[in-house]
Design a protein around this ligand. Structure first.
Ligand code: HEM
Length: 518
């Protein structure tokens, strides 16, 4: 179609290059009045063409009337605000914005968001250039179609019920270490958001990789990982020049992957010598070894081998996918339980009940499975404060997404989770924290499609059971061992955005030993 080729990004790019070459040639000659006039006309022409392209893609969608030349809404994406997002979602079921040469379409209804997540023929997860720089372009998360399905299938073994049960004692030991640390502050009032993040980071590292890595390295990884979180913008500065966020994130990734590979080498030696499986990576290496032996025994072709780097990059994606989302959820969990003492008390009573009064009972998957109310609480925390607000996809072909709008090929297309999770039909009084809306007779259970916390479709969250179990286990242990006070401010309920969502005041708390159960 002639009109679609006119708006082909390659066409736009080549037009820009031609004009740039023209300007360069003009400047290399002695300037004359007519040269200046030509240059100015060329620049004006380029800007006009950029607006023309933007408006042709925008059609009738709500969004800026014109695009800021060259950068578009880049500054908004550098400093996003929750209010800014809300305004966008409220502006229409589809809305748009331009950032650099990216045309971005945002879907704000449950149905459209689900449609995007479930239409691999039209849209796939957006591969932003910066993500390829950070996670390495040969990382499995950038696979699509059958190769993605096959690779992902191989990872399911790491999240089975048996595997989750094996991770629980590792988690318990990490929780204990961090609870002790919080108590060592002697009840001092401070921002706890980053303390929750540290607990999460260490629990992820130990569950994924075990205890080969020293505490010092684990702490440095936690600090370095801030650079990766900081680079998680929808659209980054396109080139990773020294000093940019993406450049810093790449340096941090190199440090992290180097230490992951050290742990993997150690695990291979331990597994070769019949060592005990003590982490997700041990489980993976030993499953690969068993598979290899089985194929050898049965004369089947040798299975694909994953080298240290591939394993390290896969574990990196788990960290990448889990770290910020889980830290956000945990911050809101501590805050919401402190602000709703009645709910916290019910959580405590349930934990005492499932342990049959014996508070020394070791944490286990079975205990968590029996904690029906606690599961409702965690679900409600995730609904009220969904850590992932939007999931960037991109169109692989032109897509008549609605009867009135066709999304152009190559657009970033963003399904949202928040509006579906605050839909008053599925969740009456959606801004209130009400764990009782869940459970066997809960109204919210009738609307499973709205619960988009973990995405949907072929890329839905691989670690969702693990994430829920980890949040439940942390809150169960905390409820039994700790008392905590939340010092509310007028910013406690306001949302700040740092890759995911946090309370704007950083969650000011103090922790004390639990008097009643001590
Ligand atoms: C509260 C915590 C978490 C939330 C809210 C969350 C949410 C999400 C969302 C919204 C997606 C995108 C889904 C889509 O495109 O449809 C996703 C993907 C993913 N998540 Fe999670 N996640 C969490 C924790 C975790 C954890 C703990 C892990 C691993 C240990 C994990 C691993 C992944 C992976 C590997 C993907 C990509 C799957 C694929 O492309 O096939 N997530 N997650």
């Amino acid at each position: 179609m002639a009109s679609s080729s006119l708006f082909d990004p390659r066409m736009i790019e080549s037009t820009k290059n031609t004009i740039a070459a023209f300007i360069k040639t003009m400047f290399s000659q002695k300037p004359t009045v007519s040269t200046t006039a030509v240059v100015c006309s060329a620049v004006v022409g380029l800007f006009a063409y950029e607006q023309y392209v933007y408006l042709n893609k925008k059609k009738g969608l709500p969004g800026p009337k014109l695009k800021i030349p060259v950068i578009g809404a880049f500054m908004d994406s550098l400093y996003p605000t929750f209010e800014g997002y809300m305004n966008k979602w409220k502006s229409g079921e589809l809305s748009c914005v331009g950032v650099f040469d990216r045309f971005v379409v945002i879907a704000s209804t449950c149905d459209l968001s689900r449609k995007i997540l479930n239409s691999p023929v039209y849209a796939e997860p957006a591969v932003v250039a910066s993500m390829k720089h950070i996670l390495c372009d040969d990382n499995w998360v950038f696979l699509s179609g059958k190769s993605h399905v096959d690779y992902r299938r191989g990872l399911n073994v790491l999240f089975t019920r048996k595997a989750l049960g094996m991770y629980i004692p590792i988690q318990e030991s990490v929780y204990q270490k961090h609870f002790d640390k919080w108590l060592s502050f002697g009840g001092e009032k401070q921002q706890f958001q980053w303390h929750f993040r540290e607990l999460n980071m260490e629990s992820s590292l130990r569950v994924f990789l075990g205890f080969h890595m020293s505490d010092k390295v684990a702490e440095t990884i936690s600090e370095e990982y801030f650079n990766i979180t900081a680079a998680l913008e929808l659209v980054n500065f396109p080139i990773p020049l020294p000093g940019t966020k993406v450049y810093k994130a790449i340096q941090s990734r190199k440090y992290i992957v180097h230490h992951f590979i050290e742990s993997i080498k150690d695990a291979r030696v331990r597994m070769d010598n019949g060592g005990e499986v003590k982490s997700m990576m041990d489980a993976w290496i030993s499953a690969m070894k068993e598979n290899e032996l089985e194929c050898e025994r049965e004369g089947k072709p040798a299975p694909r081998k994953f080298d240290d780097r591939e394993v390290a990059l896969t574990i990196l994606t788990f960290l990448f996918a889990s770290q910020d989302a889980t830290s956000s959820a945990m911050t809101w969990a501590f805050q919401l339980l402190a602000d709703h003492p009645d709910v916290l008390e019910k959580v405590r009573q349930e934990q005492i009940k499932v342990r049959k009064g014996n508070l020394d009972t070791e944490l286990s998957l079975e205990l968590m499975e029996e904690s029906v109310y606690l599961r409702q609480v965690v679900k409600e925390i995730l609904r009220l404060r969904p850590p992932v607000l939007m999931v960037p996809y991109q169109t692989v072909r032109e897509w008549p997404l609605t009867s009135t709008y066709t999304v152009p090929k190559g657009a970033m297309l963003i399904p949202t989770t928040y509006p579906a999770l605050h839909d008053p039909v599925a969740y009456p009084n959606p801004d209130s924290f009400d764990p009782d809306r869940w459970g066997p007779s809960g109204h919210a259970e009738k609307y499973p499609k709205n619960f988009m916390v973990f995405g949907n479709g072929s890329h839905h969250c691989l670690g969702k059971e693990y994430a829920v179990m980890h949040l439940m286990a942390t809150m169960a242990q905390a409820a039994l061992q700790l008392d905590w006070t939340h010092y509310r401010t007028d910013k406690s309920d306001d949302i700040s955005i740092f890759a995911t969502i946090y309370p704007q005041d950083g969650c000011i708390m103090s922790f004390h030993p639990r008097a009643a159960t001590a």
